[in-house]
Design a protein around this ligand. Structure first.
Ligand SMILES: Nc1ncnc2c1ncn2[C@@H]1O[C@H](COP(=O)(O)OP(=O)(O)OP(=O)(O)O)[C@@H](O)[C@H]1O
Length: 469
């Protein structure tokens, strides 16, 4: 099998890989690194935990070492924690270069970021919202000369999810040069392939691992059918069972909303579990602190919303529990991908209520695999049911008394004022944008209906390890 040197990487980068314990390139690295070094745009679709980050960091560092200047590369990613994680990979692999990076994410000091940007860092790693804010409000830096634009979790950046990045992306794309190399990576690229292809037009190279399933083999995927009202007792039971069976353990529990996330965290702590929450209603500093404490095993359980479902690389995680069944198969793929990374074993357990069975079928169809039934001692769950439900109710009351949701609104307004914006004007602007988007969507649907008889355009041909897009 080819080593890093055979991919065309310089000896100093090969040595960096060796020092970090990366012995052999993973398939996505084997496929994408040579194409990127050749100067081609690249769309890389590979399973979670398969080393996509190094697949773009390594060739970018090589090109940067040949012609170092700032700003050389811009990386966009959907979450703040992910931005820090990517920056860390750049820093560690790029140490011999004396790499200067700058992280531009929301929830952190904007003035300090503007100052850092003005110092021409080699690499800027950003979430779209905050970077677009900088572009709109300051002229102390320019992205006009970047050689590389990377969209990590590219499908998420382009889809219109609960955070819609499209307006910010437009602003950013208007600020980068047309002549550049564009690199798009995700474990679930195919849904937005057509939009992504519009961004990568320079001899695009499409790489996708051909495999029967879209989740990794080392992942044991289970479900438990539970009535809605006993769900929390099942969660507690599963966590207790896991804790009893393992010395060294780490579990991520995914929840549907910030409020559930917070309530479950409070409930688990009251029941004696070492749990910490991560959701978007927390202050950014608290988010980073929670993640750091989980990574260093101070807390063994991370209760998170989907803000943690993509990209986070915490090798110690052995179990992912879905407290709710994800509404979209791709969310399931990313969530369960927080375990069984880089060849390790892992387990995912999804709590499924009677109302979610159709969602499980959709997940199974998409991932190309059946979820197995997990055997649970029902009697043991029923034993703790009353206690769990009482504690949960107490926590809910406490949270309501603390005006949980309202704080977010106040914080949002405060943040906008700090950023020099008028909160009321912003709300109006957002409402107008939503209106335009709805109108565009209706128009798109109308056009699609009109053209429906022609059938959808065909996706590009693909082959393992090589392909054109
Ligand atoms: N060649 C390699 N050999 C061994 N480990 C590797 C190699 N390349 C990367 N890794 C490690 O694999 C882990 C997962 O890599 P990475 O976070 O890039 O995955 P990913 O494909 O981006 O996953 P996701 O889709 O979840 O974001 C990291 O801890 C990384 O250090």
């Amino acid at each position: 099998m080819a080593g890093f040197a055979e991919l065309g990487l310089s000896s100093w980068l090969v040595e960096q890989c060796r020092q970090l314990g990366l012995k052999q390139p993973t398939p996505v690295q084997l496929g994408c690194v040579p194409a990127i070094l050749e100067g081609r745009d690249c769309l890389g679709c590979a399973k979670t935990g398969s080393g996509k980050t190094a697949a773009f960091v390594l060739p970018i560092l090589q090109k940067l070492s040949e012609d170092p200047y700032g700003v050389f590369c811009l990386v966009l990613t959907p979450t703040r924690e992910l931005a820090y994680q990517i920056a860390e990979q750049f820093r560690v692999l790029g140490r011999p270069l004396g790499l200067k990076d700058c992280i531009v994410v929301g929830g952190m000091d904007m003035v300090a970021q503007a100052l850092e940007l003005s110092r021409k860092p080699h690499v800027v790693i950003a979430t779209p919202g905050r970077l677009a804010d900088h572009l709109r409000s300051s002229s102390t830096f320019s992205l006009k000369k970047i050689r590389f634009l990377v969209l990590d979790e590219a499908d998420r950046l382009l889809e219109q999810g609960c955070t819609d990045f499209t307006a910010d992306l437009e602003a950013i794309l208007g600020a980068v040069p047309a002549r550049r190399q564009t690199l798009l990576f995700s474990a679930t690229l195919t849904d937005t392939l057509r939009e992504l292809q519009g961004l990568a037009t320079n001899r695009p190279f499409f790489w996708e691992a051909q495999a029967p399933a879209r989740t990794v083999e080392q992942l044991d995927q289970r479900y438990v059918l539970v009535p809605e009202r006993v769900k929390d007792a099942y969660l507690v039971h599963l966590l207790q069972r896991f804790q009893d069976a393992h010395e060294d353990w780490a579990v991520v529990v995914f929840t549907s909303t910030c409020k559930t996330c917070q309530v479950l965290c409070m409930m688990l702590r009251k029941l004696g579990f070492p749990a910490v929450a991560l959701h978007s209603m927390m202050k950014q500093k608290e988010r980073f602190a929670a993640l750091a404490k989980f990574k260093s095993s101070i807390y063994r359980i991370l209760i998170a919303t989907d803000v943690a479902s993509r990209g986070l690389d915490i090798p110690t995680v052995q179990l992912v529990i879905n407290h709710n069944t994800p509404g979209l198969p791709k969310i399931y793929i990313h969530r369960v991908g927080r375990t069984a990374r880089a060849g390790r074993q892992g387990q995912a357990v999804t709590l499924v209520t009677q109302y979610d069975i159709h969602l499980v079928h959709a997940i199974e169809e998409q991932i190309g695999k059946r979820l197995e039934d997990l055997q649970v001692e029902e009697a043991e769950v029923l034993e703790i049911l009353t206690q769990v439900n009482v504690v949960r109710r107490e926590c809910e009351i406490k949270l309501e008394a603390a005006h949980f949701g309202e704080k977010k609104e106040v914080n949002k307004r405060k943040q906008l004022i700090l950023e020099g914006k008028d909160p009321d004007l912003e709300a109006k602007r957002k409402a107008e944008l939503a209106k335009i988007r709805r109108k565009n969507q209706r128009f798109k649907e109308h056009v699609q209906q009109t053209l429906g008889h022609r059938g959808p355009p065909k996706p590009p041909p693909r082959a393992e390890g090589e392909g054109e897009a």
